[in-house]
Design a protein around this ligand. Sequence first.
Ligand SMILES: Cc1cc2nc3c(=O)[nH]c(=O)nc-3n(C[C@H](O)[C@H](O)[C@H](O)COP(=O)(O)OP(=O)(O)OC[C@H]3O[C@@H](n4cnc5c(N)ncnc54)[C@H](O)[C@@H]3O)c2cc1C
Length: 287
Amino acid sequence: MFDTIIIGNGPAGISAAIYLKRFNYNPLVIAKDNGALGKSSYIDNYYGIPHIKGTDLVDAGIAQAKSLGIEVLEEEVISIDYGAKGYTVNTKENHYDGLTVFLATGKARNSLILKGLNEYEGKGVSYCAICDGFFFRNKKLAVIGEGDFMQNELETLLKFTKDITVFTNGQTTNSDYENIVTDKLVEIIGDNEHVTAIKTDKNEYDVDGIFIAYGSANAVSFAKHMGLVTDSQNNLIVKDFQTNIKGIFAGGDVIGGLLQVSKAVSDGANAAIEIKKYLTSLSKATK
Ligand SMILES: Cc1cc2nc3c(=O)[nH]c(=O)nc-3n(C[C@H](O)[C@H](O)[C@H](O)COP(=O)(O)OP(=O)(O)OC[C@H]3O[C@@H](n4cnc5c(N)ncnc54)[C@H](O)[C@@H]3O)c2cc1C
């Protein structure tokens, strides 16, 4: 059991990990890639470092964390579940238990832009197989996605119905599932009440429900899955870095505001202080 599972190895995640470790807690960092800094070329406006490549800054942060004995894993988090004591963070291969979770997953973008998507959310369009799969027992379903995240949602849904078509929206997939359509998606169709079909550039398919698992899981999918509150820009809403769910904290670009390294580092440090207060209250409560 870790004190805190930190999702993200960017400035917010690593900063929180360093502070928590120095408060004598045992954080675990899990990240799938180098986040926003992996996409930036040079950073020229961070205090004390006049000019540095984005990837070098990430590598330096990870090296600093590891030098303190913090475990930093490279895995994609697919979902977070409530555990008996805290939370279970699931990757494709592993499950990690933590008393708290710090979401430092960077700016969340709703990567799927599709006509009808927002209109039918909650009217047959779902972002959470484990939450809503039960309502679609023996129904005809579409799952939109292509990677490990899709595969995980698909496997959950196959327990409820065998009539599922995966739509990759033109993306390639390694999945060996037998019923996959790779056409580009055009539109989600329905009557006023509910989804009825999904239209591609080649065909139209009748469906009773559509599950979205496109790209990799991000704050939007974690939020939809767990009931975390976001604003209209997909930023997680926090108070003192705590989301609306006790024990789940967030900071850095994922909560919006100034999307810069300096603010992400500051969020990580301040969130660590709030997590420390929370862990202290937990240990007092169990005494
Ligand atoms: C092109 C570009 C140029 C920029 N230039 C500057 C600049 O000059 N100066 C400046 O201050 N800022 C700049 N920024 C912004 C800066 O990079 C971000 O503000 C900062 O990196 C945010 O830190 P973060 O820790 O919140 O998120 P990120 O650095 O984005 O880190 C997010 C982390 O979450 C992980 N993650 C997300 N989802 C999952 C999942 N499902 N499973 C596992 N891990 C996951 C990612 O792998 C990553 O490790 C730039 C950004 C871009 C894109």
